[in-house]
Design a protein around this ligand. Structure first.
Ligand code: ADP
Length: 493
């Protein structure tokens, strides 16, 4: 019957995959992306590199499988969210893309907080004022480069997240659009009215005509023209919302954690807008036909990135996978606590000035203890967010779907099951982000009939059950919380 072509335009790589009617990934091709770190925490990417590498992925994928665009039923795009791209009418980037992790708009955010806009903005957008989101990145660009403001005023500048950028290029400028899940992460979108918000745009001084049209996630995004081959684009989803869909979290209160560079806990709250009282964010999930889901989200800035730090900066492991073998040479961290708050603390603390710390060292502490404590830190950070979500949803969260690169680490998964006292379920393929947008594209094109048929697919689940007692978990959490207090004290001093 042919394949769904799913594109995953991530932070560290772009990927393209073929997904069949069993929901299985037949093949996947990835190309790494260059990250430009200009100041300590200013992170940018060449938008043209994102587009050209995405095209190369498609060429290689189709070529190596002996396929042409005729073998593709439809195409879906999932993408790193919040990352801000500006481009002209002809589709030329006007600045490097400002990546979600980038913090050049911290001063702007502090100003908005000082002026008392926190609750007003959260009410409309479901978000917390932070440089993470697109709006203040765009303000920073206009403040820094007055010529960009003039181009915007003259109607020749377009803003988008990475999905919008790719669609504009793929359709040769015919379609300038985004989907609701991506729009809800810009801080310009009203999640109640499901429209760009005039008052927010006025506050941020962002002309509304530079914003893309907002469609449902499952919708007609035009026809991609890739070297003369044409493929219908019918699904667009922010990466975390896509993973939630790919992990088949279709019901109220179903949750997943993605362990990639960062860590992301999302719960499906269906048509209910849940406002967190514990530092979590509300966004829009998948929308298609008459369905529109909301999600509650807690993000941790550093998850797998802490393992990269062990490898690249401390040099105590040669590969991410080695973090597991090194950690298993000890039975615990022997009191060592690592707090990898390299770019501040995200949910539920929202402490942008926090810095990382290693605490509890003794004369015998060694690299294995540090590796163990780093994995434990990833699990403890996630536990903080899980605890916040349990309170917000009044739900036990005793069954958590997991996906992303770091879920290959069984020690980390067992730590998480133990600390959170939850069952973790990992599918045979942890590429849930790809699977989610492929599911949606397949629903739109008729490859899949319904949510019920997606639920029938065999995805080879593996379950991690808690092996430690609640008391042991509580001891680890209590020690972690003490260490967090030290980090906050140091940041505030
Ligand atoms: P992203 O989509 O954010 O680029 P991925 O889902 O591809 O992330 O996961 C990559 C991250 O997972 C890296 O930060 C890497 O350090 C981490 N990682 C990969 N394999 C392992 C492993 N076996 N143990 C721990 N961390 C891992």
């Amino acid at each position: 019957m042919g394949y769904i072509l799913a594109l995953d335009s991530g932070t560290t790589s772009v990927r393209a995959a073929l997904v069949d009617e069993q929901g299985q990934i037949k093949d996947i091709v990835a190309y790494p992306l260059t990250l430009k770190v200009t100041h300590t925490d200013w992170i940018e990417q060449d938008a043209m590199e994102i587009y050209t590498k995405q095209c190369q992925c498609i060429d290689t994928l189709l070529g190596s499988n002996g396929l042409t665009s005729k073998d593709i039923v439809s195409m879906g795009i999932t993408n790193q969210r919040e990352t801000t791209v500006i481009f002209d009418d002809a589709g030329n980037p006007l600045h490097d893309a400002i990546v979600w992790q980038s913090r050049q708009s911290e001063g702007i955010c502090n100003g908005l907080i000082r002026q008392g806009y926190t609750n007003w903005i959260t009410k409309k957008t479901g978000l917390i004022i932070d440089p993470y989101f697109s709006a203040t990145k765009l303000m920073w660009l206009f403040d820094t480069y007055p010529n960009l403001r003039k181009m915007a005023d003259d109607g020749h500048l377009h803003f988008g997240t990475v999905d919008t950028w790719l669609i504009y290029r793929f359709t040769k400028g015919h379609v300038f659009a985004t989907d609701r899940s991506n729009a809800s992460r810009t801080m310009l979108f009203n999640i109640h009215t499901c429209q760009w918000d005039e008052e927010l745009c006025a506050l941020f001084d962002i002309p509304m005509h530079i914003l893309p049209n907002v469609l449902k996630s499952g919708d007609d995004y035009g026809v991609a023209d890739i070297h003369g081959s044409t493929i219908q684009i019918n699904a667009v989803l922010g990466d975390q919302q896509s993973a939630l869909f790919g992990d088949r979290c279709f019901d109220y209160g179903s949750v997943k954690v993605t362990y990639g560079t960062g860590g992301f806990l999302l719960a499906n709250t269906k048509d209910k807008i849940v406002t967190s009282t514990h530092g979590l964010l509300t966004s829009i999930g998948v929308s298609y036909g008459s369905t529109m889901d909301y999600v509650l989200e807690g993000s941790v800035f550093v998850a797998g990135a802490a393992v990269q730090w062990l490898r690249d900066e401390l040099g105590i492991i040669d590969s991410a996978a080695q973090s597991q073998s090194l950690a298993t040479t000890v039975t615990d961290s022997d009191g060592v606590v690592v707090i990898p708050a390299f770019t501040g603390l995200g949910a539920p603390y929202w402490h942008p000035n926090a810095k990382g710390m290693i605490l509890g060292l003794n004369r015998h502490s060694n690299k294995a203890h540090i590796a163990y404590a780093t994995l434990e830190a990833i699990a403890c950070q996630m536990q903080d967010v899980i605890a916040a979500m349990r309170l917000d949803l009044d739900h036990p969260l005793d069954r958590i779907m997991v996906d992303g690169g770091a879920t290959g680490n069984d020690v980390l998964m067992q730590m998480q099951a133990d600390i959170s006292q939850s069952r973790l379920i990992r599918y045979g393929s942890v590429e849930s982000t790809i699977r989610g947008v492929a599911f949606l594209s397949g629903l739109e094109s008729g490859m899949f009939d319904s949510i019920a048929s997606l639920d029938q697919l065999q995805l080879d689940p593996f379950v991690f059950k808690p092996k430690r007692s609640m008391e042991q978990a509580d001891r680890i959490i209590a020690r972690w919380k003490k260490a967090i207090e030290c980090v906050k004290l140091y940041a505030d001093s």
